[in-house]
Ligand binder design. Structure first.
Ligand code: ZN
Length: 209
C-alpha cells in the first residue's frame, strides 16, 4: 500500500509537495504541485491507501467558517481552538489555534476543501502536523523552523527512517516527508490520535510509554 504525505501551502502560487511512500518506508516519488487539481490527479494515479495532509482539515464545533462577519461561534464557550489543538498545547507542542483570528485562515480553507475533495474521490485522509511529529520523534532539540540548521538536522534524523530522501529537498519537502511518515505509522498502528472526530482528528507518532 502507498501512503501520500502532503506539505501544503496556503496558496497555489507557491509550490506544495507530495511524497509517495511505500510500506517499507521508501520514497517512491516526490513532486511539487500548484493547483489542487494536480494533487487530485496525482492521487488518482497513485491510488494511495491513505493521504496524510499537514494542515488543519476541519473547523471547531459550532463554527461554519472563520469569518468575523458571520455570527457562528464555538459550541463550547471559552474555547480558542479545536480539541486536538488544546491537547497539543497541553503536551507543550505549539500550534496555531483554528479560530476567527487565525493567521493561517487560507491554509485552513484550502485544507478543508482538499480533504472534502479527496474523500469524495474515495480516499482516506488524515491530518498530521509535521512540527508535532518532529518533536515526538526527535525530541525538543529540533532547531527553529525555517533555519538552515533545521533542514540539515531533519535530513540527518530522517535518513535512517526513510529510504530515497532527496538531499536537495526544502523545508516544505521535509514537511511532506514527515507527514507521509506519520501516515505510514498510522497504517501500522504506530500513532496516537488527538481531538474529536467531528472537528477532525490529528494523528501523531505514538508517544514513548
Ligand atoms: Zn460562520
Amino acid at each position: 500500500m502507498v501512503v501520500l504525505g502532503v506539505g501544503l501551502r496556503a496558496s497555489s502560487k507557491r509550490s506544495s509537495t507530495v511524497v509517495a511512500l511505500d510500506q517499507d518506508s521508501s520514497i517512491l516519488s516526490m513532486e511539487t504541485f500548484g493547483e489542487d487539481d494536480e494533487l487530485a490527479q496525482f492521487a488518482q494515479d497513485r491510488k494511495p491507501g491513505l493521504i496524510s495532509i499537514g494542515a488543519p482539515l476541519g473547523l471547531p464545533l459550532g463554527l461554519c467558517c472563520l469569518e468575523s462577519t458571520c455570527s457562528c461561534d464555538f459550541a463550547t464557550p471559552q474555547r480558542k481552538g479545536r480539541l486536538s489543538e488544546l491537547e497539543l498545547s497541553r503536551m507543550g507542542i505549539s500550534c496555531f489555534f483554528t479560530n476567527k483570528g487565525s493567521i493561517i485562515r487560507s491554509l485552513i480553507y484550502r485544507g478543508i476543501a482538499l480533504r472534502e475533495r479527496l474523500q469524495g474521490l474515495g480516499f482516506q485522509v488524515v491530518e498530521s502536523y509535521p512540527h508535532a511529529t518532529k518533536m515526538i520523534l526527535f525530541g525538543d532539540k529540533v532547531p527553529p523552523k525555517n533555519s538552515a540548521a533545521s533542514l540539515a538536522f531533519l535530513k540527518e534524523r530522517l535518513s535512517p527512517l526513510i529510504a530515497g530522501l532527496d538531499n536537495h529537498m526544502d523545508s516544505n519537502g521535509c514537511d511532506a516527508v514527515l507527514n507521509a511518515y506519520t501516515g505510514l505509522l498510522h497504517t501500522q498502528d504506530g500513532t496516537d490520535v488527538l481531538g474529536d472526530e467531528q472537528e477532525g482528528i490529528l494523528v501523531l507518532p505514538k508517544l514513548p510509554r
